[in-house]
Design a protein around this ligand. Structure first.
Ligand code: AGP
Length: 608
């Protein structure tokens, strides 16, 4: 996913832009560039590959002097990743520069229209039509040119605009792609996300779709789609850049795995007061809760697997049918729903295009929407009727870990809260389960402490052609996430399967040495899963088992065992996922993979 940054102030812009682009590297990219205005010229430098190439090319910004500029990391959508297609793009007359995150759906017709007016195009990108439209509409008033330009665009875009006629002035435009303003003293910024801004200011403004901003060193003015100035709330960011740095760990992913007990506490504790759950950011009356006849959980990737794992707890406690549907399917499957449907949507970034589109579709059909997201002020958070933030802090590694577990604990909180509203729980059971919830961060810490032999196990696993993750009930849901973690950072083909299903086909794939990870943490079905371990062992599989502490049978049946602290069975996924996160990390590390930025992946997929 592309990232954009902009700066206007008294100091040199290029070092700030390069620093901001480094903070956006985790989003995934294949080229980068900056454009800085100095007097009546725009100095532009861009390059394929990593930001470090751009720093070398610009001599850390020394070759691009000026105090106002824009920058971009590109994740190729239109056109190959090369210097020509890299952003920023210049207009034919060289007076305008643009950076863009998103897709212009109608770029082909705009390109033909501009060509008929004599414009030439150097790149294969959709972005080049934007910068030449600016030139075409510019009659001396940059704001008017910006408005006329973005009124011609269809699709998703966050834009940064620089014009050599207007030194020190930038424009930032938002439609469907995230864009945040940073409000400093004598300097102001914009960026695709807060991590690129927070080193310079913690005062931010989240732009809404259709809004655009004029940015100068003296201040920021936000306009609505009609060009009228509007007042916007300034939000104070609660974390600092150290939280987004590696903190001494080799990879962000390992740091974020180890942060989970803290992230879980930060997410859980503010919502428990005097032995009661208080979800003041999601106040649904008992009558409204009783009006729901189904709950639908939707998301993508790991967020979907978190919802799938929590479905068991919500259904068991609330006694309402709970369904899960991938957002990329839900948005197109003409879903049956109405005002009696509660939609729970999960998204770490709050910007995933499929998830956002699914929410819009369900809102049109009358569903009540609760969003569980990690990024404050994100698009999905603003679309929902109610928001439950996961206070995990910034998650930089592409492979989510604390994002997944904090979503889980919010879902468990919600399950208990809703069951109570529905009158489904006796007071003593409510208190028991609440105490079990409060014990979870500590149980996760104890699980982390029990994973010391994982680096050795990872070394023994090596680089197998296939891996199977098997389990039953909530364990099977955790297998889905465990297999995804292994796939996305070690590139090993890993498949999750219900342990009871193996005999209906997949067991044909097992042979001497096939690597199987068996989850036997859901204690009510422990014996069944143990039988499945025997089944796969009989066919020569190598089995790593996860089992509840004290279970001797697992040690007898499996080749390796990792013991998980005993918790309420419905909440077991919060601990059983931990060894699988670490297993994928250590296997990928052994294989020398790019753990924080896996090939072909982006942290948030804001395009379809
Ligand atoms: C997680 O490891 C993956 N990178 C990916 O599946 C991710 O969970 C998915 O793209 C959804 O992202 P979101 O939570 O930001 O919506």
């Amino acid at each position: 996913m592309c990232g954009i940054v902009g700066f206007s102030g008294e100091q040199q812009a290029a070092p700030v832009l390069l620093d901001g682009l480094k903070k956006l590297e985790y989003r995934g990219y294949d080229s980068a560039g900056i454009a800085v205005s100095s007097g009546s010229t725009i100095n532009l430098m861009k390059t394929q590959g990593k930001i470090v190439n751009l720093c070398e090319k610009t001599k850390d910004g020394a070759l691009t002097p000026g105090t106002a500029g824009i920058g971009h990391t590109r994740w190729a959508t239109h056109g190959a990743p090369n210097d020509t297609n890299a952003h920023p793009h210049l207009s034919n007359d060289g007076r305008f520069a643009v950076v863009h995150n998103g897709i212009v759906e109608n770029y082909a017709e705009l390109r033909e229209e501009l060509k008929s007016k004599g414009y030439v195009f150097l790149s294969e990108t959709d972005t080049e039509v934007i910068v030449n439209l600016l030139e075409y509409y510019y009659k001396g008033d940059l704001k008017q040119a910006v408005m006329k330009t973005f009124n011609r665009l269809e699709g998703a875009y966050a834009l940064g605009v620089l014009c050599s006629d207007c030194p020190g002035k930038l424009y930032a435009v938002k439609e469907a792609s995230p864009l945040i303003l940073g409000i400093g003293v004598g300097e102001n910024l914009f960026a695709s996300d807060v991590t690129a801004i927070v080193s310079y200011t913690k005062n931010v403004i989240y732009l809404e779709d259709g809004e655009f901003a004029e940015i100068t060193p003296a201040g920021v003015t936000v306009f609505d789609v009609a060009g009228r100035p509007i007042d916007k709330k300034i939000t104070r960011v609660s974390w600092d850049i150290e939280a987004a740095e590696k903190g001494g760990y080799e990879h962000f992913m390992l740091k974020e795995i180890m942060e989970q007990p803290h992230a879980l506490k930060a997410t859980l504790e503010p919502r428990i007061k005097d032995g009661r759950i208080v979800l003041d950011d999601c106040d649904i009356s008992p009558e409204k809760m009783k009006s729901f006849n189904k709950i639908l959980i939707t998301a993508c990737g790991s967020a979907y697997y978190a919802g799938y794992a929590a479905k068991y707890a919500i259904e068991k406690l609330c006694r309402i049918p709970v369904y899960t549907e991938l957002a990329s399917e839900l948005r197109y499957c003409d879903p049956i729903m109405d005002e009696h449907t509660l939609l729970i949507v999960l998204s770490q970034s709050g910007e995933t295009a499929d998830t956002k589109a699914a929410v819009e579709e369900c809102k049109k059909r009358g569903a009540t929407v609760i969003a569980i997201v990690n990024v404050v002020g994100s698009s999905i958070a603003r679309l929902a009727d109610h928001v439950l933030y996961t206070w995990a802090g910034p998650e930089i590694a592409v492979a989510t870990t604390k994002g997944y577990t904090t979503q889980l604990i919010v879902l468990y909180l919600f399950a208990l809260y809703a069951a109570d509203k529905l009158g489904r729980l006796e007071a003593v059971e409510y208190s028991r389960l609440l105490k079990e919830l409060e014990l979870l961060p500590g149980a996760v810490q104890r699980t982390l402490d029990r994973c010391r032999e994982l680096p050795e196990i990872a070394k023994a696993i090596g680089n197998p052609r296939d891996m199977f993750f098997i389990g039953r009930n909530v364990d099977s849901a955790v297998c889905l996430e465990g297999a995804l973690k292994m796939k996305e950072i070690s590139y090993i083909h890993a498949e999750a399967y219900g342990a009871g299903e193996l005999k209906h086909g997949p067991i044909a794939l097992l042979e001497e040495g096939t690597q199987v990870v068996a989850l036997a943490c859901y204690e009510p079905l422990l014996d069944k899963t143990m039988s499945n371990i025997k089944e796969v062992k009989a066919r020569g599989a190598e089995v790593l088992a996860l089992a509840p502490e004290g279970n001797r049978r697992a040690a007898a049946e499996a080749d390796e065992v990792i013991y998980i602290p005993s918790t309420e069975p419905l909440f077991a996924p919060l601990c059983s996922i931990i060894p699988l996160q670490l297993l994928s990390y250590y296997v990928a590390k052994e294989l020398g993979c790019d753990i924080d930025k896996p090939k072909n992946l982006a942290k948030s997929v804001t395009v379809e």
